[in-house]
Design a protein around this ligand. Structure first.
Ligand SMILES: [Zn+2]
Length: 104
């Protein structure tokens, strides 16, 4: 599933708009999109764009709905994604993939 957070700015505010859920939650959280299932641990794939840069961050501290596939990341994971995105942007990369799936 591809998530597009808009072109132009990174930030938790922009990040939170759309189909990605960010917040503090437990494993018993019901999916807010389909309301049919409880989310399970999984890996979220976040795609961020700014200017000409496209950055894909995979984060293992995520929750995924087994019914509809909606992905959720918590605030700590979101902060890591943002930090990674800022570093990548400053270093001038055009396209990159960062993977937190096995280090988080
Ligand atoms: Zn769902």
């Amino acid at each position: 599933m591809r998530h597009n957070f808009g072109i132009g700015t990174f930030g938790i505010g922009t990040f939170g708009i759309g189909t990605f859920g960010i917040g503090t939650f437990g494993l018993d959280m019901r999916c807010v999109i389909c309301k049919q299932a409880e989310v399970e641990p999984g890996t979220a794939t976040v795609t961020l764009e700014r200017g000409g840069m496209t950055l894909v961050v995979k984060h293992g501290l995520a929750r995924v709905c087994p019914n509809c596939g909606e992905e959720y990341i918590d605030e700590e994971a979101a902060a890591q994604v943002m930090e990674t995105a800022e570093q990548a942007f400053r270093s001038g990369v055009q396209v990159d993939v960062r993977d937190y799936a096995f280090t988080a």
